[in-house]
Design a protein around this ligand. Structure first.
Ligand code: ADP
Ligand code: MG
Length: 325
């Protein structure tokens, strides 16, 4: 640990003022006031060096992403952020790195009104490991759960798909180099935007929602499994990021259907809500695309082309123990 040690490090990089009524860093626990009639929404996501990020990634972007991927889970439930905790393991104390990481983390925390209120700091010679827990609140029983999709619901996707996937593949050298396209795609991989306002706006409009972290087919599959429904998905309706234009058809299709690290929301809603959902997208300046339909029957996704023919699917998404499948 540094000259001053663990506690100076925490005080310098992580301790920040918290809103009135909260107790933040410095005691055995943080204390958070909860609004009456609200449910507490809690989620944890880890980022492991070599698995989720390159050792030389800009620490400011990493600080942003560590919190963003967690806020995305709150967004997918329609929860409003309350506060977060950060557990971090570091091989050494590198002041410049910590400065950048903390700046990226706290900037998003401030923007999302999700102050850092506690955590844990340890040493790990093998690399950086980050675990963030976010807490949020949702009124009553209104949270957007995975098990609430209904037959005949529309399936919607926010924003665009595929840019993070091809950015990663360019960085790994799995696709022929295309520096300008990589430059456009890279922020989707390294600086995702959690769709908090969308998630909260969908309360009372959508039935079920999930954030697309592991690939659309896999994540939509989680909704269908929990809701015991099937679905058809219209390949041509998927909102492809323009950076996919001109890439081979199989690369493009894989990026759209199985590409991870998207952090857009996939949600289902009754057809009667189309207008207010479009209005919400317009209000947020966020395109919302209707990409399929939930169906009664087998838990399965049928991907259809513009002529309504079934499209064979190579990969469904990412699994840490199976890899891409
Ligand atoms: P304890 O021994 O009670 O677990 P620690 O010594 O681990 O407490 O941490 C001291 C205080 O600093 C606690 O309030 C803890 O929540 C906070 N803290 C430790 N590491 C971090 C971190 N990475 N980010 C934010 N707060 C932290
Ligand atoms: Mg501790």
């Amino acid at each position: 640990m540094p000259p001053g040690g663990e506690f100076d490090l925490i005080a310098q990089y992580f301790k920040r003022p918290v809103p009135r009524g909260m107790l933040g860093v410095g005691d055995d626990c943080a204390l958070l006031p909860l609004a009456p009639g609200c449910q507490l929404a809690v989620s944890t996501d880890m980022l492991v060096q070599g698995q989720h990020f390159f050792a030389d990634v800009d620490p400011r972007l990493l600080g942003h992403k560590a919190l963003a991927v967690n806020l995305s889970d709150l967004a997918a439930m329609g929860a409003r952020p309350l506060a977060c905790t950060l557990a971090i393991s570091l091989p050494r104390v590198d002041a410049d790195w910590l400065q950048g990481f903390a700046a990226g983390f706290h900037a998003l925390a401030a923007q999302a009104a999700c102050p850092l209120v506690g955590g844990d700091t340890t040493r790990n010679p093998d690399g950086v490991v980050i675990s963030v827990t976010v807490m949020g609140e949702v009124a009553g029983e209104r949270a957007l759960r995975r098990d609430a999709a209904q037959a005949d619901d529309d399936i919607w996707v926010s924003g665009t798909l595929g840019a993070a996937d091809v950015a990663l593949r360019w960085l790994l050298g799995q696709l022929p180099a295309a520096p300008q396209a990589l430059q456009r795609a890279r922020p989707f991989l390294e600086r995702p935007t959690p769709r908090l306002a969308l998630g909260q706006g969908l309360l009372g409009l959508a039935h079920a929602a999930i954030d697309i972290s592991d690939g659309l087919l896999q994540d939509l599959g989680h909704i269908l499994e929990a809701s015991q429904c099937g679905a058809e998905l219209w390949l041509d309706a998927l909102p492809a990021h323009p950076v996919l234009d001109g890439l081979p058809v199989d690369v493009r299709q894989d990026a759209l259907l199985a590409g991870g690290d998207v952090y857009e929301l996939c949600f289902t809603a009754p057809a009667a809500r189309r207008q207010p959902i479009q209005a919400l997208g317009a209000q947020l300046g966020l395109p919302l695309s209707r990409v399929g339909r939930v169906q009664a029957g087998d838990v399965a996704v049928r991907v259809l082309d513009a002529q309504g023919r079934a499209v064979p699917v190579a990969h469904r998404g990412f699994d840490h123990f199976k890899g891409s499948s």
